[in-house]
Design a protein around this ligand. Structure first.
Ligand SMILES: Nc1ncnc2c1ncn2[C@@H]1O[C@H](COP(=O)(O)OP(=O)(O)OP(=O)(O)O)[C@@H](O)[C@H]1O
Length: 748
């Protein structure tokens, strides 16, 4: 092994030299190309469309198009090179993490696997982890014959050696030949590590079942389920990187959209894709995405830990169906139009528009009928324009023109008569342009009124009773929406429905804009929202990850809903059952809060038992907490006190401060989590992890929202140590535990 290690080290040096050479060269190219790109961009801004003869206008427009096309191609290459520079910069320090020797029909082959490919004149020095052959590293062990499809070829490859490397600054720190389940020693080492503020890419220790999900592209819709900490987010991110590699000629990063639950989580995962050399996938929170669609309303967030009945209704599939029924009815009745005005006077009245609309016979959608109305209105404007050519305002406008404007018109026309005609045309065009724009944008529909009218119609379109809502409650709610709208405010559910209504009137949007829609923590989306995304982007592939047990916003989405939404599409569902985040003891403890039978999971990492701290009639627990926090800080461990809701986070933070324990309170998703001790409500802690977590169950005002999934989500944030604070052993949550699950803290 020793000998072989020095040979491997020699190879590392050779490969790193090659990488350095490519990197130096590429950096120069990138520097040159970006300067060149800037220069060309500036030049293109200076190209003016020549307004003279039509010939010269076409010529200059053509020139501009050619320049734009050239710029686009160049920026694509530049982007590719920039991504490559990022990957190579990592690879000069850590060129690869694995080696596989395998036997095929031609003899023995060796490959080294890293985050990207590196070639010399003859050979593959490093193979990209996403390439088909690299699958061997994840799929098999020494002695296994692995079937692989590479291009058209079906191969059977026998693995003869599997070697893992830990390379830092081009030096092999550790090298290990594995002959059983892949990577366990390294995986364990990785998992025993302390938590970080940002998630990092996991490629060298990606597990077989995770790798299979990453590489499976057969289904249109993929759902990655799994227990907390089983790597759902990891797999989702690696899958995005895999897609970008596999479809590198057809798929652009801008055609993938990633939705994450909140901004804290977004920051937490923001480095994973860049670490894999994929820089340009945009990540949004869903509210942010919706607010961009309807920017004139301010989104009001609700911090309720329990969703109201009305919110559940508005997030339901029934509400989506009701909206579609309603828009169908609009084809026959109830459309709310506004009059079209011109120069301060009504040009086409709302009654006239209505009459025109309901006279149109159309079997198509509401959007297509509105499209026909739009055409008729534009024709009507053309007619009106013809009757206006000799009117006084046109004459006045002509008289008020400057000499130079008049000369320009004359020079463009062959004779005087023609010159006057074009002059009138241009005056008419300018004057009617606002009203034409309004028609083209369907801005003569009173969307807000229409939305309120829809809400009023809801009791006839679905059963309010099913959501335990009575008519009075619904009317009061409508009143609230009216008030909010008057102040240009909306809650997310209204924004969703309002925009859907708008879209149903306008017809399908840029439906092919996204080829992949990726959603993390899908359990927090409402069925309405998913249906809406599916309607907007009917051809997109969906990759969703989530865990219904962590549905802290109550059971919003069920698999039946998903089946309904994605019916007719190939659907692949995966289950990840091993928690890589938490020790076995923590996982077992958290599982007690699962409503359904705990999923089978293989034991992985041992640690100490969670501790139960009973707080009733005992003030000593503050000293105890102080000690734990101080020990954690000395050991560089991140600690989070996680509450069930916002109010309790505020209350606990105050108490903590009074007790002399310094911490940072996180209440908004823009607040920083970069303090070694934070207090955070579970709503913002989802998806995150901490070395040491305290579950704050000790405030006895357990509302119904203290449901089991909240407890599960809180406890499953802990990686190494979990402390649960509860009033006493009679607490309903503690009641679910076995005494062997925990160690009772001794306070004195
Ligand atoms: N194969 C792996 N190798 C190393 N670390 C891994 C692996 N899989 C998962 N992890 C680690 O386990 C932790 C949990 O992963 P991740 O956040 O993806 O889980 P999750 O299923 O999305 O969790 P949650 O349900 O809480 O959102 C992370 O620290 C991640 O880096």
């Amino acid at each position: 092994m020793k000998d072989s290690q020095s040979m491997e080290q020699q190879r590392v040096h050779t490969v790193v030299e090659k990488i350095q050479l490519e990197l130096d060269q590429l950096k120069k190219t990138v520097k040159h190309d970006s300067a060149e790109q800037k220069r060309r961009l500036k030049e293109s801004g200076e190209i003016k469309i020549n307004q003279g003869s039509s010939e010269s206008m076409w010529e200059s427009a053509g020139e501009l198009r050619a320049v734009e096309q050239d710029l686009m191609i160049r920026s694509k290459t530049l982007l590719k090179n920039q991504n490559r520079v990022v990957a190579l910069e990592k690879m000069v320090e850590d060129p690869y993490f694995g080696r596989i020797d395998y036997e095929d029909e031609f003899g023995q082959e060796t490959i080294y696997i890293g985050i990207s490919s590196v070639f010399d004149e003859y050979d593959h020095l490093v193979v990209d982890w996403r390439s088909p052959i690299a699958s061997l590293y994840y799929e098999g062990n020494v002695g296994d014959t692995i079937p692989l499809n590479i291009g058209e070829q079906k191969l059977e490859l026998l693995i003869e050696l599997k070697r893992q490397f830990l390379i830092r600054k081009a030096k092999i720190i550790q090298m290990l030949d594995t002959d059983n389940v892949m990577g366990d020693p390294y995986l364990l080492e990785a998992l025993e590590d302390k938590s970080a503020y940002q998630m990092s890419a996991v490629i060298s220790t990606l597990q077989k079942e995770q790798n299979q999900i990453v590489r499976d592209i057969s289904a249109k819709i993929t759902l990655i389920e799994g227990v907390a900490g089983s790597g759902k987010t990891v797999v989702l991110m690696q899958k995005i990187a895999y897609l970008l590699y596999t479809f590198r000629d057809q798929l652009r990063a801008s055609e993938i959209i990633l939705f994450s639950p909140n901004k804290i989580f977004q920051t937490y995962i923001s480095q994973v894709l860049p670490e894999l050399g994929e820089m340009n996938v945009t990540s949004h929170t869903f509210p942010e995405f919706m607010n961009q669609k309807v920017p004139k309303f301010t989104l009001i967030s609700n911090q309720d830990e329990e969703l109201s009945k009305v919110t559940l209704l508005k997030g339901s599939l029934q509400f989506s169906v009701a909206l579609k029924h309603y828009t169908n009815q609009l084809k026959m009745n109830y459309m709310r139009f506004a009059s079209l005005s011109f120069q301060g006077e009504i040009l086409i009245s709302k009654e006239e528009i209505k009459e025109l609309f309901y006279r149109i016979e159309s079997k198509g959608t509401l959007a297509s009928k509105l499209g026909l109305l739009q055409t008729q209105l534009l024709q009507k404007i053309e007619q009106l324009k013809r009757t206006q050519r000799t009117s006084k305002w046109v004459e006045d406008a002509m008289l008020s023109m400057s000499d130079s404007e008049l000369r320009q018109h004359e020079s463009e026309s062959k004779n005087e008569q023609k010159a006057e005609e074009t002059l009138i045309d241009s005056i008419m065009d300018a004057a009617y342009s606002p009203v034409i724009k309004r028609i083209k944008k369907l801005a003569f529909i009173r969307y807000q009124h229409q939305y309120i009218h829809f809400l009023k119609a809801v009791p006839k379109l679905l059963s309010l009773k099913e959501f335990s809502i009575d008519e009075e409650m619904w009317s009061e709610h409508i009143q609230q929406v009216v008030t909010n709208m008057a102040h240009k405010k909306m809650v997310l559910e209204d924004l969703d429905a309002f925009y859907s209504l708008f879209q149903l009137m306008h017809g399908p949007i840029s439906s092919t804009k996204f080829k992949y829609i990726c959603l993390d923590e899908v359990q927090d989306f409402s069925p309405f929202q998913l249906q809406m995304l599916k309607d907007f982007y009917p051809t997109a592939n969906f990759v969703m990850s989530g865990d219904l047990n962590q549905n802290i916003l109550m059971k919003r989405i069920s698999f039946n809903d998903l089946d309904t939404i994605f019916t007719g599409n190939s659907f692949q569902r995966y289950q990840l059952l091993t928690s890589y985040r938490s020790t076995n003891e923590i996982t077992q403890f958290a599982n007690r809060f699962l409503e359904e039978k705990a999923a089978a999971e293989s034991p992985f990492r041992e640690g100490k038992k969670p501790e139960l701290i009973l707080t009733a009639n005992n003030e000593h627990y503050w000293d105890y907490l102080k000690q734990i926090v101080s020990d954690s800080q000395i050991n560089g461990l991140r600690t989070a006190f996680i509450s069930k809701n916002y109010a309790e986070a505020v209350r606990f933070h105050e108490e903590l401060t009074t007790a002399g324990i310094d911490s940072s309170l996180v209440l908004k998703d823009t607040d920083s989590t970069h303090h070694p001790v934070i207090v955070i409500p579970v709503q913002l802690a989802k998806g995150l992890e901490f070395d040491v977590a305290f579950a704050l169950f000790h405030y006895s005002d357990h509302s119904s929202a203290t449901n089991l999934s909240t407890a599960y989500t809180i406890c499953s944030r802990a990686m190494h140590e979990l402390y649960v604070m509860a009033p006493d052993l009679q607490d309903p949550l503690v009641n679910r535990l076995e005494s062997a699950d925990y160690h009772l803290a001794e306070l004195n």
